[in-house]
Design a protein around this ligand. Structure first.
Ligand SMILES: [Zn+2]
Length: 105
């Protein structure tokens, strides 16, 4: 009887749901980092409005193309790219100003 009640308990259901969301991790596996690094040639992949690639080799960070907070995943190289810290900040600034109206909907 108790197990029947537990199976209908919304608190337990929400805990179960939370457990599945925890599975989606921000952690980027080492093989993914390596693959992104090799694909992007260890350089920033940001392309400016004039079509030239940044190519910075220092201060590189792995950036989520679809942001993690919006459902982007960390274990697929296709969703990740190398950006230098300048362009990562630049992108974060431009993306957040673009997404602000969506968040209020
Ligand atoms: Zn750059």
């Amino acid at each position: 009887m108790l197990s029947f009640l537990q199976s209908k308990d919304p608190v337990l259901w929400s805990q179960r749901a939370r457990r599945t969301t925890i599975k989606r991790s921000r952690y980027i596996p080492r093989w993914v980092k390596k693959k992104v690094w090799q694909r992007d040639g260890g350089r920033c992949v940001f392309v400016g409005s004039d079509g030239t690639r940044c190519g910075e080799r220092n201060f590189l960070q792995i950036d989520h193309i679809v942001p993690w907070a919006q459902g982007g995943i960390s274990n697929d190289p296709e969703n990740l790219r190398l950006l230098c810290s300048t362009h990562n900040r630049f992108r974060a600034r431009t993306e957040s100003s673009k997404q602000a109206p969506q968040l209020s909907v």
